[in-house]
Design a protein around this ligand. Sequence first.
Ligand code: N01
Length: 532
Amino acid sequence: MVEDVRIDILVIGAGLAGLRALHTFRAQGFGVQVLEASDEIGGVWNFNRYPGARCDVESFDYSYRFSEELEQEWRWSERYAKQPEILRYINHVADRFDLRRDVSLNTRVRSAVLDPATSRWRIEAEDGRAWSAQRFVMAVGQLSMPKATTYPGQDTFAGQVLYSARWPREPVALEGKRVAIIGTGSSGVQMTPIIAAQAEHLTVFQRTANYSIPAANAPVSDAEDAAVKANYRARREAARNSPSGLGFAPDPRSAAEVDPDERERAFEAAWNRLGFGFALTFKDILLNQAANDIASAFVQRKIGEQIEDPVLREKLVPQGFPFGTRRPSVDGGYFATFNRPNVSLVDISETPIERFTPTGLRTTAGDLPFDVVIYATGFDVFTGSILKIDIVGRDGQTLGDAWAGGPASYLGIGVHGFPNLFFVGGPGSPSLLSNVILSSEEQIDWLAALFDSARQQGVEEIEATEAAQSDWVDHVNARAHETLYMKTPSYYVGAEMPGKPRVFMPYSGGVRGYRRILEKAAAQGYDGFDLR
Ligand code: N01
């Protein structure tokens, strides 16, 4: 019988959050072990290797802030870094800070069970290895559990089937092929122009037309690199104090009140430069229907102008939901791609896919031949990657049962009944409504201080109180109801998976507001947590 490995802190996930957690907790003198299912570090940036994958937060901001040396020595090549460059950055960080020695790759966790006698967690991998940890931190990502979409007859298809979120490491030759992409979220939108330029013919299967803003990508010049690095602290502080961690604050006026000419100029400037940040042109685009109607109409017009064919335009211009209430994409020429003669669109809200055939896909309108079918159908967002692990807390209660009505937590960090379990980027925190690396770093620094304080006081068990959790859930809901997000079925509310509880999952109060709440709780002795 092999003994469980005893460790102070066990972290699941060697993506950007898990590696930062390792670095920070280790620097405080804790013994830390990171478990990672893949044979490589990098998290989503390891798995999502599809053509065109890149970040839609600017590289200077989508990077760690914890080391000034790292900030100064790393040279981003583009305003929006491509997946290989981000993966190189993560690997550089792992080497630079000697992180690999505490990362166990090829280690897929099966279960995590609380021992109520010791308040320690027993975390067991699928291969039977097990760890006993005093603190258990899940940094498993929000977009890590791809939907297992399949259509009937898939095994009879003679061609190749690929998933955007499990893209092969070796290059996929698409030249001369007839390719289908199913799904038009950020992944489908990013890969479409690249694949259209390679394939003999590309067919995009769209269920819901999505808003998308041009990426305005550009190489980072030496002058820009130097200018950012000369002022990096100020840039980081601006990001921390901006609503989404993107570094810019909206115009404090309502979009509906501003003079139309001035507003048009502001939208035009944002359209040409801000990408995803377009939603922050004015303070109330995501809060007020009248303001949003104006912004939505602007984006719809701009999208429509890119599409030559009026029938296609009708299908591709998003309608029927407020701009920004489903995650907008940031694209590199997505809509204009449909002007190419080798690209076509199938609107599967009109003609749904019925099944695979040996030679392609069958919709209700007939058969289409393909050599390659790509699923870009998204993820079981927020909770999928957490709940696939069997987590058992106090009194044998599983987290799946505790969250049967949707994820409930205190601060998005701790769950009542699950002492010493903590989340980074979890539901109930800004996570996907923010620059997620920034939010994760805030939470990790806060957790590190909590763990240190608990160590100094000899605290074995840290548990969110029931009352604090209930108040936080109410607060998250109240903030969500101040926005327009609740008007649209989206993955923010669990609408991406049939049968998933419909609750608003991220915290919409902004990264600065969230940080202030964390700081206040810490100043009050980690108010809302029982420290025993
Ligand atoms: O996934 P999605 P994604 N049959 O869920 C459709 C981040 N990200 O991988 O909307 C047919 O957005 C679905 O249709 P509908 C970013 O946060 C960032 O593209 O459900 N279609 C939708 O069109 C992003 O938001 C970058 O009607 C089906 C699409 O598939 C998040 O990851 C790049 C279907 C899924 O869109 C997820 O993006 C990429 C089915 N059974 C991703 N099921 C950056 O730029 C779903 N669809 C950083």
